[in-house]
Design a protein around this ligand. Structure first.
Ligand code: TNX
Length: 538
């Protein structure tokens, strides 16, 4: 009932707003500063652009691509008669990824100091246009852009989301869609969960069985269907498949063109049932009689950190991963080592005796110190879930920690001097239900995560002196319950809109955000046929 009242209030209000303001309020994430002006710029098939910098190339390609698809216009360059100018200005905005956009009736000027800045200016420009700009079907439309001046830069440098492609597999087409939609909301880190118990999804040339055995699941294969009940759902979900190195290169380039870095995750030493099933002789201690289950009820899923063949295999794997992904970090997991793993491994007992280690935690620390030095050799830094720095961490201070259990864990990590990304389950686990209900898709093991809950997250509350170590935020879409793309979209949208604004904008207001979601973002989601949850019925 209160939603209905809100709608009744919002709709007439928007009719009374001047054209320019009505257009402007739709930008998500909210820009730092907007000055609205009178009049509109009209983009036609005769509009020309001029750019004085290759840093604007990605932005221009993106604009041209979408303009051509939705209007049929070809945006051509002309130095003499350009109405849209892309201008490199190193002093323009002190912050990286920032931009200034100035729109008058006659011309549009975009200024930035880096490629991401030009890209985000273009995203803002496109958000000021009709939502069909993101449609793939040609529509006869007026492409009006309200006059204004916008100055903008992100609050956090890390604005990410993780997609788990192990528990359920997603096609390269879907991965690209996912990345493109992230880019529309100025997110800049795609955290790609590539391996887990239920599937190894990245081709490794030296160890073909990782995918040969580890990427197919179901009857007649070595990996059974998951024991997780929701995963034995409808027939149309894909549990098998992997990405070839060629496909990965294409996806990396696709993301780069949208100002997105990809953080690949190879989850170690646990969550590794697919890997140990593919190479038991190399990854397990043959004398290890331990029997244990993970919290997700997967049996004996942990590689052995006390045998040298483990390190040989992983070094080769990481060398290949490092050449595929240009980003400076590789995520090595480190979450949820089950109780009882290695408990009866003679190799681990021997290692503990030799090194004077008292606990399994120390063994894990030892493992990650070695993995970290392999990464250093590959010219990479390590990203890791919070568990890997619990106790007395030994890994390099260049390590990036993702805190998922709660915000306090993130504060502890930052206080230890690690670059930290906040990913607390209570606010940012998009695999959790929106509301508690049997009819709702998603997990229910934590508390529900409504749109408002996401929006209410303040990553810097209580971070005190450690604030500068907080890099930003990362949502997580684990895929145990993501049985198909529609469910993935449903759980992701509209929550990604709130994620975007928490990551980008320092000045937030829930009612104002709701209004922009309704007037701007939802029509854009509709124009792209994204199966979002109808948030105003929350
Ligand atoms: C915990 S969070 C996990 C994942 C599950 C997820 C389900 C974390 C580092 N590990 O393996 O998929 O919960 O919500």
């Amino acid at each position: 009932f209160s939603t209905a009242i809100t709608l009744l209030l919002i709709i007439p209000l928007s009719f009374t707003m001047p054209m320019c303001a009505a257009g402007l309020v739709n930008i998500i994430p909210k820009p730092q500063k907007i000055i609205t002006k009178k009049g509109t710029f009209q983009l036609t098939q005769h509009t020309r652009y001029y750019s004085d910098t290759p840093l604007a190339d990605n932005a221009l390609d993106y604009l041209k691509l979408h303009l051509q698809a939705s209007s049929g216009y070809r945006l051509l360059s002309s130095k003499r008669s350009a109405q849209i100018t892309f201008h490199y200005n190193p002093k323009q905005n002190k912050k990286k990824e920032g931009y200034q956009l100035s729109i008058t009736k006659e011309k549009i000027t975009v200024e930035a100091r880096d490629s991401a800045g030009f890209f985000y200016a273009t995203i803002t420009l496109m958000q000021l246009m009709a939502p069909e700009i993101w449609s793939n079907q040609q529509k006869r439309k007026q492409w009006k852009i309200p006059a204004c001046i916008i100055e903008d830069a992100p609050h956090f440098r890390w604005r990410g989301i993780m997609l788990d492609t192990s528990r359920n597999f997603f096609s390269t087409t879907y991965i690209k869609k996912f990345i493109d939609r992230m880019a529309q909301y100025k997110l800049n880190r795609f955290h790609w969960h590539l391996t887990d118990d239920e599937g190894w999804r990245i081709e490794i040339k030296h160890y073909p069985l990782l995918t040969g055995i580890g990427a197919t699941r179901g009857p007649g294969t070595k990996l059974p269907f998951s024991t997780y009940p929701a995963m034995r759902g409808p027939k149309n979900h894909v549990q098998s498949g992997y990405y070839t190195q060629q496909e990965i290169r294409e996806i990396v380039a696709y993301a780069k063109a949208r100002a997105i870095e990809i953080l690949p995750e190879i989850d170690l030493p646990s969550h590794a049932k697919a890997a140990v099933t593919a190479y038991p002789k190399l990854l397990l201690d043959p004398q290890d009689k331990s029997q244990y289950h993970s919290v997700q009820k997967i049996s004996n899923n942990t590689i052995n950190p006390a045998i040298e063949t483990t390190y040989r295999l992983l070094e080769t794997v990481l060398k290949e991963v490092a050449t595929l992904f240009p980003f400076s970090y590789i995520h090595l997991g480190g979450d949820e080592v089950p109780k009882g793993a290695w408990a009866r491994s003679p190799a681990v007992n021997k290692l503990m005796n030799e090194k004077g280690m008292q606990s399994r935690k120390e063994v894990t620390n030892y493992f990650f110190v070695r993995m970290d030095s392999i990464l250093a050799m590959c010219g990479k830094k390590m990203a890791i879930w919070q568990e890997a720095i619990e106790g007395k961490p030994m890994v390099r201070k260049s390590t990036l920690v993702m805190a998922w259990k709660n915000t306090e864990a993130g504060i502890v990590s930052a206080k230890k001097g690690y670059a930290t990304v906040m990913a607390p389950v209570q606010f940012l686990y998009f695999d959790q239900q929106y509301i508690r209900s049997k009819q709702e898709p998603g997990h229910s093991w934590s508390s529900p995560v409504s749109l408002k809950k996401v929006y209410s997250f303040s990553p810097l509350s209580n971070t005190g002196k450690a604030t500068s170590y907080i890099q930003g935020i990362n949502a997580c879409l684990w895929s145990e319950t993501l049985l198909n793309e529609d469910i993935a979209d449903y759980l992701a949208w509209p929550r990604i809109l709130a994620l975007s604004e928490v990551a980008w904008s320092s000045n937030r207001n829930w009612n104002d955000f709701k209004h922009r979601v309704q007037k701007g973002a939802l029509p854009r989601l509709k124009a792209q046929h994204i199966n979002y949850r109808k948030c105003f019925r929350l």
